[in-house]
Every structure is written in C-alpha cells, then in structure tokens.
Design a protein around this ligand. Sequence first.
Ligand SMILES: Nc1ncnc2c1ncn2[C@@H]1O[C@H](COP(=O)(O)OP(=O)(O)OP(=O)(O)O)[C@@H](O)[C@H]1O
Ligand SMILES: O=P(O)(O)OC[C@H]1O[C@H](OP(=O)(O)OP(=O)(O)O)[C@H](O)[C@@H]1O
Ligand SMILES: [Mg+2]
Length: 287
Amino acid sequence: MSKQKLRIAVQKSGRLFEDSIRILKEAGISINNGKEQLKASSDNFPLEVMYLRNGDIPQYLRDGVVDVAIIGENVLIEKGKDIIKGDKLGFSKCRVSLAVPKSFKYNSIKDLDGLKIATSYPNTVNEFLMEKGISAELHIINGSVEIAPNIGLADAICDIVSSGSTLFKNGLKEVEIMLKSEAVLAVSPEISQERKEILEKLQFRLKSVLNARTSKYILLNAPNNKLDDIIRLLPGMRSPTVLPLAEEGWSSVHTVIKEDRFWEVLDELKANGAEGILVAPIEKMVL
Ligand SMILES: Nc1ncnc2c1ncn2[C@@H]1O[C@H](COP(=O)(O)OP(=O)(O)OP(=O)(O)O)[C@@H](O)[C@H]1O
Ligand SMILES: O=P(O)(O)OC[C@H]1O[C@H](OP(=O)(O)OP(=O)(O)O)[C@H](O)[C@@H]1O
Ligand SMILES: [Mg+2]
C-alpha cells in the first residue's frame, strides 16, 4: 500500500465535530489521538485528520494543504466557490435566510432596499441582493447576529436557521431562504492522483454508511395470493427474498426499504394482508 495519506480537515469544535467523527468511525476508520493534538492519524486507513476552524477550511483546501474536508455547503458558497463540493453527508442541515423584526411589514425583498443588514455571510447576501436588484448596507459580524436589530445595529439579518428558535427568541421572522445547506465532503482542486485513489475508497465507505442510515431491513409474512402486490410495493435492492412459511399458503418476504418510503407503503402492505411486519436497522449497505 502507498505511504501517502489523505489529509482531511474536520471542524475542531462546533456543530460539525461530533457527526464528522461519528461518520468516519462508522466507516471503519479509527482515529488515534484526541483533538487536543490538532493532527491525528488513523492506524487502519491512510488518513490524517487536521482539526481546524470551519471558516479557515476553504483556504486550506484551495492551497492544497488539506485534500478533503467535512464542511457546511454554506461556507463553501460564502468563500469557496472554486472548491469541489463533493458528496452530501446528511447532517448539519440548515438554511441561510434573511430575517426581520416581527413587527416589520414585509411583502417582498424590495422592502429591504437601502436598509442595513447584519450578517456573517456578506458574499452570499451580496450575490442574492444583486440578483434581485436590491442594494443594502451590510454590517459584517461574526456571531450573535440575531441580536443586531434589537440593539439598533441593523434593520434585518442574514444568518443560519435550523429550528428557528434563535429567531423566535430574538423577536425575528424568516422572510427569505437564500440557500439550503448540509455537511459535504469538499475536495481540494489541488488533490494528487495518488490521494484521489484513497479518496475514492473513503467516498465508497461513506456512501455505504449513508445508505444504511436511511434504509431499513424489513421482514413480513404475506398470504401467497397477495405476494405479487406486496413485491410491487417493496422492490428492494434487486428483488425481495421470498421464503415459504411452515404454514401452507404463506410466505416470509425480506427486503430493504428507505425509511420514509416505509411509512408511505405501510397501509397498503396491511391492506394486502401483510402481517408480523418487522423493521430492523442496517449497519452497512454496499450497493
Ligand atoms: N443551528 C444549526 N443547525 C444545523 N446546522 C448548523 C447550525 N448552525 C450551523 N450549522 C452548520 O454547521 C456549520 C458549523 O457551524 P458552527 O456554528 O459550529 O461553526 P462556526 O462558528 O460557523 O465556525 P468555526 O469552526 O470557524 O468557529 C455551519 O457552517 C453550518 O453548515
Ligand atoms: O434555528 P436554530 O435552531 O435556533 O439555529 C440557528 C442558530 O444556530 C447557529 O448558531 P450556534 O448555536 O451555532 O452559535 P454560534 O453563533 O456560536 O455559532 C446559527 O448561527 C443560529 O444562531
Ligand atoms: Mg454557529
């Protein structure tokens, strides 16, 4: 095996840290030192982990000092348009939105023309406003953006929204969603061919973890005369496994299903005579 290691940047502390480490672990990659070290190696996969500030990661990727990173799409849109976005990782889902005080009579984006907007995402806001032909004065602040209207610093804000509770607590309402974001595996445009090969192995493992997370293994008993209908509802990976039950006229059907699809088809399965429906988690799923 090659001596080269793939260098991955992971947020040192914050919203992305725990889920980033968890997904690497579920992909079978053990990371030795704690994050106090700022740099750690895996002993069972050619990977070196650098713990960095989220906001600094696009520059490290651009310079080729790290090869890949787990980072919010929103940060790439703000300051890493030249970075390859890579696969979505399914966590840290949020949106970047404009919000105004509840009492603000908001009809359209035109209402923000000439006003002051506080944000940590100036490029994203500027681009959005420019597209709409609106000009506003931006106040760039790094945190606690939602407090800006209350202290008279701005008329509106642009920040990350997830549950909406920070907006609510600060008496604000979301009026425009500028973009939706989740964690992605971003890739440096400078990555070497040799490290790209390691990256492909990592991507394959991450996909298996993500497929497993969103899928369930389902087992049920079905009367034989309804098997065709039930199989139509549960196409599975290639096709379901059908095994005869000890009781004449009945079969056991085993298959894999996306979790959200399960709830959609449950009533139809029951209407077709399915019984004893069991749903179990899947640890890894290799397609
Ligand atoms: N409330 C939230 N819900 C879901 N995802 C979020 C939320 N807030 C932030 N995120 C996502 O997690 C990423 C990291 O957010 P976090 O607040 O931990 O870092 P930061 O303070 O912006 O960065 P740094 O590491 O530079 O201090 C964001 O870029 C965004 O993609
Ligand atoms: O819609 P909500 O679920 O309330 O989430 C949104 C809040 O979460 C983030 O802040 P965070 O808690 O990461 O604090 P920070 O400003 O210190 O990064 C973001 O900047 C918002 O303030
Ligand atoms: Mg934050």
